[in-house]
Design a protein around this ligand. Structure first.
Ligand SMILES: Cc1cc2nc3c(=O)[nH]c(=O)nc-3n(C[C@H](O)[C@H](O)[C@H](O)COP(=O)(O)OP(=O)(O)OC[C@H]3O[C@@H](n4cnc5c(N)ncnc54)[C@H](O)[C@@H]3O)c2cc1C
Length: 375
C-alpha cells in the first residue's frame, strides 16, 4: 500500500486548500512545497486579492463563486482569522467593454445584487475617479478582498492539525505514475502516493511537460502608491475596483493600514517569462503601466510609489483554468493554472480537488476547466 492516499505538490493557494480539505476528510496526505509557504516567488503573495460575485469573465463561474464565499467564511470560522473583507466593488468603464458588459451579463443571469451608475453618479459616490461621460459604474455589494498569506497559513495549519504531513523547502523533481500509484521524487527522497495533485502554479509544465497545452507564464507588477490627497480614499469611498479604460484594465484596493493604495494593471506587459529567471527589479517601464491610468482616472492616487513587487500569472489560451486528470495518467490531477484570477476560488477548488482525488467525481460543474477543450 502507498504511504499516502494523496500527495499535493505545491502549497500555494490551490495546494494548501486541497491539502486542508483532504486532511480534514480523513485522507492520508502529504504536502510538498519547494519554498517556505507564503513566499513571493510564485503567484500567491502581495497581501490582497479581489473576490467578486458577478464575474465578468463568464457567468458560469458564479455557482463556484457562491460556494467559495461560503468556504471562505467556514475557513475564517475554523481558523479564527479574518481573511475576507467585504468592501463592495466598483467596476467602471465603457458600457460595451469586457468588464462592464461581462459583469452585467453574469449579474443579470444569476440575479445578483448590483447597481448601475452613470458617470456623474459614479464620481459622486466614489470621488477619487475622473471618468468620461459615457462610462458607467457597476457597484456590487459582495465584492471585497482576501488576505493572501494568512489564508495560506490558515489552510496549512488546518491541514497539519488534521494530520497532513508537510515538507517545505523540498523540491519535487519527478512525478511518475506506475501500476501501484504515483512515485514522487524530490531533492530529499522519494514518496509513494495513490494520487498526486499537482498545484505547482507557474512551474506546472516543468513537472508535467506532457500537459497538452501551451501556457504563458507572465511577469506582473503590483504597486502601492501614497495618495496625493487622502480624502477621496477615506470612509469606505474607495472600495476594491476594476477600471477598464483606454489604458487597459486596472484594479486596486482600499488604503492599507499605512494609507497606501495598491493598484496594478491586469496582465501587465503580458510578456512570457521563465519562472526561474524572473527580473524582480521594478523599472520605470513597470511604473509606466499604471501611471497614465492614474493620471487620467484616479489622479489623487498618483503620488509617490511607495513599494512594488513582481508576481506571476500562468495563463491558458482561453484564460479559463485547468482542473483535470492528466491524459493517460488518471491518478495525476492538474490543479493549475488559474490564468491570473484564481485566488478567490482556492477553497472551492480545494473542495473540487479533494472530491476528484477521493471520490473520483465532484458535484461542481468544472467542465469549463477540462483539458479536452484544447483538442
Ligand atoms: C499580481 C497578481 C494579482 C492577482 N490578483 C488576483 C485577484 O485579485 N483575485 C484573484 O482571485 N486572483 C488573483 N490573482 C491570481 C491568483 O493569485 C493566482 O491564480 C493564484 O494565487 C495561483 O495559485 P497557485 O496555487 O496556482 O500558484 P502558487 O500560489 O504560485 O503555488 C504554486 C506553488 O507550487 C510550488 N512549486 C512549484 N514547483 C514545485 C516543485 N517542483 N516542488 C515543490 N513545490 C513546487 C511553488 O513554490 C508555489 O508555492 C493574481 C495574481 C497575481 C500575480
Amino acid at each position: 500500500m502507498a504511504q499516502f492516499d494523496v500527495a499535493v505538490i505545491g502549497l500555494g493557494a490551490m495546494g494548501s486548500a486541497a491539502l486542508a480539505t483532504l486532511a480534514r476528510r480523513g485522507a492520508r496526505v502529504l504536502g510538498i512545497e519547494r519554498f517556505a509557504p507564503g513566499h513571493d516567488n510564485g503567484s500567491s503573495h502581495g497581501g490582497t486579492r479581489i473576490i467578486r460575485l458577478g464575474y465578468f469573465e463568464h457567468p458560469s463561474y458564479v455557482p463556484l463563486l457562491r460556494r467559495t464565499y461560503e468556504l471562505w467564511r467556514e475557513l475564517e470560522a475554523a481558523s479564527g482569522k479574518r481573511l475576507m473583507h467585504i468592501t463592495g466593488i466598483a467596476e467602471i468603464g465603457p458600457p460595451d467593454g469586457e468588464v462592464i458588459a461581462g459583469t452585467l451579463r453574469a449579474s443579470r443571469q444569476h440575479g445578483l445584487p448590483h447597481e448601475v451608475l452613470d458617470a456623474a453618479e459614479t464620481m459622486r459616490r466614489f470621488p477619487a475617479y475622473r471618468v468620461p461621460a459615457d462610462y458607467v459604474g457597476v457597484f456590487q455589494p459582495d465584492g471585497g478582498y482576501l488576505a493572501v498569506e494568512p489564508a495560506i497559513e490558515a489552510q496549512l495549519a488546518l491541514a497539519k492539525a488534521a494530520g497532513a504531513e508537510i515538507h517545505t523547502g523540498t523540491a519535487v523533481r519527478r512525478v511518475t505514475p506506475h501500476a501501484g500509484g504515483i512515485r514522487i521524487e524530490t531533492d530529499r527522497g522519494s514518496f509513494e502516493a495513490g494520487t498526486a495533485v499537482v498545484a505547482a502554479g507557474a512551474w506546472v509544465k516543468q513537472l508535467l511537460p506532457e500537459l497538452p497545452v501551451a501556457l504563458r507564464v507572465t511577469r506582473q507588477v503590483m504597486a502601492w502608491f501614497e495618495p496625493i490627497d487622502a480624502a477621496p480614499f477615506a470612509d469606505g469611498r474607495f472600495p476594491v475596483f476594476l477600471l477598464e479604460s483606454t489604458h487597459g484594465v486596472h484594479y486596486g484596493f482600499p488604503p492599507d493600514g499605512g494609507g497606501r493604495v495598491k493598484i496594478a494593471k491586469h496582465h501587465g506587459r503580458n510578456e512570457p517569462v521563465d519562472p526561474d529567471r524572473v527580473d524582480r527589479e521594478i523599472s520605470a517601464a513597470d511604473e509606466a503601466l499604471i501611471r497614465p491610468a492614474l493620471a487620467d482616472h484616479i489622479p489623487a492616487a498618483n503620488g509617490t510609489l511607495a513599494e512594488a513587487k513582481t508576481c506571476l500569472y500562468t495563463v491558458t489560451p482561453d484564460h479559463d483554468f485547468i482542473i483535470d486528470r492528466m491524459p493517460g495518467a488518471p491518478n495525476v490531477i492538474v490543479a493549475s493554472p488559474c490564468s491570473g484570477h484564481g485566488f478567490k476560488f482556492a477553497p472551492v477548488l480545494g473542495e473540487v480537488l479533494a472530491d476528484i482525488a477521493m471520490d473520483g467525481r465532484t458535484r461542481h460543474d468544472i467542465s469549463r476547466f477540462a483539458l479536452a477543450r484544447f483538442g
